[in-house]
Design a protein around this ligand. Structure first.
Ligand code: MN
Length: 534
């Protein structure tokens, strides 16, 4: 199978909102890139230019601005063919150059040589912290590379595939980009775990063959019931689970296929939030819901911005099936995530029509509420950086304590594993790695809360602070002035932040750190005095 080189008109066809000058610049960059890459080929034997052109096409399809598309066209030109910084700056400006440079440095990541890999990731996050569009170019780059893995030599292939699953698809997930995540996973899965892939593919084929027809029938019944229920504007569709995500779920369920009800799910897309709940009423009125399966991410969005109502019902001869209900806007954001927010399309049309539509952006752009009022152009730089990206870049570039191995481990454990969402008693959502404890939760709120945690109430019940938390729990932390961190917590906690604070507190306690010159006799009475006041 050969892939075709996208044409310039294909790329431009998605740039509905760009000016003629912007389109002309993209066209210029297209031919410039074709020229500088000429004579080079990919493993597939195709002209190398196929790659940057496809990356540009992906970016254009996502609705990105002309500068990002140009940077996509040029992303391999500095490193691979020696185009100079001056040339790019001169022709396309500093904005484009900075993005190209940001991607270039991490161009050739090697897994062997952990140091190089860690350095490249560091740079990726540092570059992204300056300009969030860099990560989108990198993901588009990786997607095309993952999709052409069949041509890559064996020894490189599985490394690239694994890295895609362990690093890049979790980044896409964290940015709410579900389509990108699924595409990356499904491209890499066969080469990362060939045996499991075959097994899952067979299970999948078996399951979907059985149900596709039935699901179609069910959709028709559903459409009728929704119309009878007075819902005026809606559409339904079915979505099929990605093979890699099915694989992860099968592993969690000990390979019991019958325990998985969302290989095929039905989506109902409606006009507004009120209609979501109205549709839920129709669904539950028609088919009996499974208890405990209703999840309302409309009222309580996931930290990556995902919104939808999920419910699982017994639907006649189809059996048990998941139904997802959302608005058109929620749907688009669920599919494109961060890209939807940076896209011209979203920013130049009516934004914030729905009360909730901007909440997701605001959590990423703290203190930037005026974004809602300035619908002309998205902000790519400075403050408009997801806080978690900034924090990875900051923590790990400023303190050189952590070794390269630790850096990658931290990334994997903190940001790239499954997450659980915990609620504060006030209803704020805190996003933690799986198996995080009340201790982690406390340190996420504030280091003082962590350093003085004495107990925890989970869903109203007192529990051990060392016990893993479960998704969706409401957690209340009980503090005491006299409480202090224990050494064994280092082994128990799951977040790097908690571990760091505990280490610091323990070192202070043991007098290893040069603590502020206070005699210890004076410190204790002070604490007691504070305690008494309470
Ligand atoms: Mn590339």
């Amino acid at each position: 199978m050969k892939t075709e080189t996208p044409t310039i008109s294909e790329i431009i066809s998605y740039m509905e909102y760009a000016t003629d000058t912007e389109k002309a610049q993209v066209e210029d960059a297209y031919y410039f890139s074709e020229k500088v890459h000429s004579g080079h080929t990919r493993y597939s034997g195709e002209p190398y230019f196929t790659h940057p052109a496809t990356v540009a096409l992906y970016l254009s399809e996502m609705g990105m601005d002309s500068h990002t598309i140009i940077a996509g066209l040029l992303h391999d030109s500095i490193e691979d063919v020696g185009v100079t910084a001056e040339e790019i700056q001169g022709k396309y400006g500093a904005d484009v150059y900075n993005m190209v440079e940001g991607v270039t440095k991490l161009g050739h990541v090697r897994y062997h040589g952990v140091e190089r890999h860690a350095e490249s990731l560091r740079k990726l996050f540092a570059a992204t912290a300056h300009d969030v569009r860099v990560i989108l170019i990198k993901l588009a780059d990786r997607l095309h590379n993952a999709r052409t893995l069949q041509f890559v030599p064996d020894h490189k292939r599985s490394r690239i595939a694994l890295e895609t699953l362990e690093v890049y698809s979790p980044i896409a997930d964290r940015l709410g980009m579900s389509v990108m995540k699924k595409d990356l996973e499904d491209a890499a899965f066969p080469y990362a775990y060939p045996d499991s892939y075959t097994k899952v593919r067979d299970i999948f084929a078996q399951k979907t063959k059985e149900s596709e027809e039935k699901v179609e029938k069910l959709e028709k019944v559903l459409a009728k019931m929704l119309a009878l229920g007075g819902i005026r504007k809606f559409r339904t569709s079915s979505r099929i689970k990605g093979l890699y995500s099915l694989y992860l779920k099968l592993k969690r369920k000990e390979w019991d296929v019958e325990a998985i009800h969302d290989i095929i799910a039905i989506r109902i897309i409606v006009e507004d939030v009120a209609a979501c709940y109205q549709a839920l009423g129709v669904v539950h009125g028609t088919w009996r819901p499974l208890p405990g399966k209703l999840k309302d991410y409309v009222s309580f969005p996931k930290p990556n911005g995902y919104q939808s109502i999920h419910t699982t019902v017994h639907a006649g001869d189809v059996g048990v099936i998941e139904i997802q209900i959302r608005t058109e806007e929620m749907h688009k954001r669920a599919e494109l995530g961060l890209a939807a927010h940076l896209s011209y399309k979203e920013t130049s049309t009516k934004r914030g029509k729905e009360g909730t539509s901007m909440q997701w952006v605001e959590q990423f752009f703290p203190g930037r509420k005026q974004l809602v009022a300035t619908p002309i152009k998205p902000h790519y730089k400075g403050q408009s950086i997801p806080e978690w990206i900034r924090s990875i870049a900051d923590v790990h570039t400023e303190t050189h304590e952590s070794t390269h191995d630790e850096y990658i481990d931290d990334l994997k454990s903190d940001f790239f594993t499954h997450r659980i969402f915990i609620f504060t008693p006030k209803g704020d959502v805190i996003d933690l790695p799986i198996n995080a404890t009340p201790i982690d939760f406390a340190y996420t709120i504030h280091s003082d809360v962590g350093n003085h945690i004495a107990g925890a109430r989970v869903n109203g019940k007192l529990v051990s602070i060392e016990e893993p938390l479960h998704n969706g729990s409401i957690v209340e932390i009980i503090t005491k002035e006299s409480a202090k961190p224990k050494k064994k917590w280092m082994e128990i906690v799951k977040t790097t932040m908690a571990r760091k604070h505990i280490k610091t507190a323990l070192q202070k306690e043991e007098g290893i750190l040069p603590t502020p010159p206070k005699p210890p006799e004076r410190k204790r009475p002070q604490i007691r005095a504070q305690n008494k006041k309470k």
